[in-house]
Design a protein around this ligand. Structure first.
Ligand SMILES: [Zn+2]
Length: 82
């Protein structure tokens, strides 16, 4: 029973130590990026389109287009034509 208590205490100490270290680490990374103060980070936007045949979503850059129609693969473009 005594060992169980010591084991539990050790786990608690490790858990607290790691939590403290994690918050210190995130503070450090926050200080390394001074150019986004309060502003949400701008992510590069990729337009997502849906295949007209199977409705799978994919980036427009990877899609095959036929006028206004969008397809995920050559097979689906052929299937739509037939
Ligand atoms: Zn498709």
């Amino acid at each position: 029973m005594k060992y169980l208590l010591i084991f539990g205490l050790t786990i608690a100490v490790i858990w607290l130590w790691q939590g403290k270290r994690r918050s210190a680490l995130s503070e450090k990374t926050r200080q390394q990026k001074p150019n986004n103060q309060g502003r949400p980070r701008q992510l590069p936007t990729t337009e997502i389109v849906a295949c007209d045949v199977c409705s799978v979503h994919l980036p427009r850059a990877e899609a095959l287009t036929n006028g206004s129609a969008v397809y995920c693969s050559e097979a689906h473009r052929r299937q739509a034509k037939a």
